[in-house]
Design a protein. Structure first.
Length: 127
């Protein structure tokens, strides 16, 4: 279950990176547009008039990038969750394996695990 989450998370991150990269590329002006922009600026500088440039619609590209970002975040979240579950489960197991520190009821000396009698005074240790 947790490994499936991990795999799905990886896939989502890869898709997210791909989608947002695609959106980023869409947003970048092409070489032709850069040339037109430069010519228009030269024209503005020479004539002193502002040439109305058609505004490039970037809404779609931004939406694609946001979508990619969402994919990325969801995928990352799934990987963190799958890792977090495993970690907490291991912690529970290790805490169950570990006995509480025991002390002699008679003299208060720490008694190592598995010992039934105090190493110092020989009193019986209640587990
Ligand atoms: Zn003792």
């Amino acid at each position: 279950m947790k490994s499936e989450f991990f795999v799905v998370g990886i896939i989502l991150i890869m898709v997210g990176i791909g989608v947002s990269f695609y959106g980023y590329k869409q947003m970048q002006p092409t070489g032709l547009e850069k040339t037109i922009d430069t010519i228009a600026k030269w024209g503005e500088a020479l004539s002193g008039e502002k040439s109305p440039l058609p505004k490039r619609d970037k809404t779609g590209s931004v939406l694609i990038m946001i979508l990619g970002g969402i994919f990325f975040i969801v995928g990352l979240n799934m990987i963190i969750k799958s890792g977090g579950n495993r970690e907490s489960r291991e912690n529970i197991i290790s805490s169950q394996m570990q006995d509480y520190p025991r002390y002699c009821p008679n003299c208060g000396v720490h008694v190592s695990d598995g010992n039934q009698f105090c190493s110092k005074c020989g009193a019986k240790i209640e587990s």
